[in-house]
Write a protein that binds this ligand. Structure first.
Ligand SMILES: C=CCOC(=O)Nc1nc2cc3[nH]c(NC)nc3cc2c(=O)[nH]1
Ligand SMILES: [Zn+2]
Length: 375
């Protein structure tokens, strides 16, 4: 069998340089540019697989770190793998655990061998190496696996960012060697290098020389100003092969998804839509709206008059505000459904604008109404 994951370029937008493509995987096709809902603990919080299919999500993301801690990757393997365990038969991407260890666990110690840390659940002393990360992801059976990397803090000294990217390259090589199922699961490498053009180039050249089936751009959306993130993309994307998927991690807000697509990114993931939904904030074509706000107490219109999703066709702002205030879980199910649908719909609009060679016009029209998110 050939490569587990291949990229099919369909066309490039004449106005913006963005590209329309398809990522072919053992569990189906992903139309790109694509937004991937995040299902950290083997579920996209409060959503059923059927609802995710209704809104036409093609791929979801799950977290290696969390599943390693609970229920354990061996348990998921015994269940027949993550697709079977969570009843999701479309593509799944798993992260390598690198970022989560740094963002969630205490007492972590990084060495050439790997990262020692304490579980954020019970304080157990644990260790993840590149080999361990691959073992876990092989057990989960995800279609796309991520190499174990270090995401340097922002800001980081040039010397630190250089040491860090060089270790990430050595770890990527160890991941390639440890990968037990290359024909069934694609291993993507993660380009690092902080906010330094020379380091981003070095990281990209070192990793693309190892011929991975896809490349992620890491180390961004870590608190840097958005213009700086776009600048890093402008000089990093050209070093990534045009015939492989490009994945920008942890991005993003609606404006960042459009700007990233314009710069040649194919895949995005972000917890924003599901996270803000849980505190009653929704994205609408006119910008963000905090539905628990008192002014919506007797507003019997939909969250977004321009939205055709299940939530907006059947429920009012007043009803959803009531549920959220009453701490009724159906309330956050409705806001989550709408927010995910909103971003998936936005990406359908981006893909259509690329087909029509007008993504820059699309951006201007979208921003004029939505505005720019603060994060
Ligand atoms: C999740 C997919 C695979 O992730 C990894 O295995 N490693 C990794 N994850 C990141 C996640 C990020 N989220 C944000 N902002 C919200 N920035 C991020 C940067 C990284 C990164 O540099 N590396
Ligand atoms: Zn809606």
């Amino acid at each position: 069998m050939g490569l587990a994951v291949t990229y099919e370029h369909i066309k490039t937008c004449k106005q913006s340089g963005a590209r329309l493509g398809r990522v072919h995987t053992p569990h189906g096709v992903i139309e790109t540019p694509a937004f991937m809902p995040v299902g950290t603990q083997a579920t996209v919080k409060t959503m059923s697989p059927e609802e995710l299919k209704q809104m036409d999500a093609h791929i979801i993301l799950s977290n290696t770190y969390h599943l390693f801690l609970r229920p354990g990757h061996e348990t998921v393997k015994k269940a027949g793998g993550l697709h079977r365990f969570m009843n999701w038969d479309r593509p799944i991407l798993t992260d390598s655990g690198g970022f989560q260890v740094f963002s969630l666990s205490e007492m972590r110690k990084i060495s050439e061998e790997g990262v020692q840390f304490r579980s954020h659940l019970n304080g157990d002393k644990l260790f993840i190496s590149p080999e361990k990360s691959i073992e876990i992801q092989n057990a989960l059976g995800s279609d796309i696996m991520m190499a174990f990397d270090e995401c340097p803090p922002y800001p980081a000294e040039h010397s630190y960012a250089k040491q860090s990217l060089e270790r990430t390259t050595r770890w990527a090589e160890r991941c390639l060697k440890a990968h037990a199922r290359p024909n069934d699961q694609a291993l993507f490498a993660i380009v690092q290098g902080g906010m330094y053009e020379d380091l981003r180039k070095q990281s990209a050249l070192e990793l693309t020389s190892m011929d991975f089936p896809g490349y992620a751009i890491g180390g961004l959306s870590v608190g840097e100003p958005k213009p700086l993130m776009y600048e890093v993309l402008d000089y990093t994307v050209p070093y990534l092969p045009a015939n492989k998927p490009r994945y920008l991690m942890g991005v993003g807000s609606p404006d960042a998804l459009v700007e990233g697509s314009i710069r040649g990114i194919d895949m995005f993931d972000c917890v924003l839509p599901t996270r803000i939904a849980r505190n009653g904030t929704v994205m609408t074509s006119e910008g963000r709206l905090v539905v628990r706000n008192a002014k919506f107490a007797e507003d019997f219109g939909p969250l977004d008059p321009e939205c055709s999703c299940y939530t907006c066709r059947n429920y009012s702002r007043a009803y959803i505000r009531h549920l959220i205030k009453a701490d009724e879980t159906f309330g956050i199910r409705l806001t989550t459904y709408h927010n995910l649908h909103f971003l998936l719909e936005l990406m359908r609009g981006v893909r259509q604008a690329i087909r029509e060679d007008r993504l820059l016009d699309f951006r201007d029209e979208f921003f004029a109404k939505y505005g720019i998110d603060e994060n």
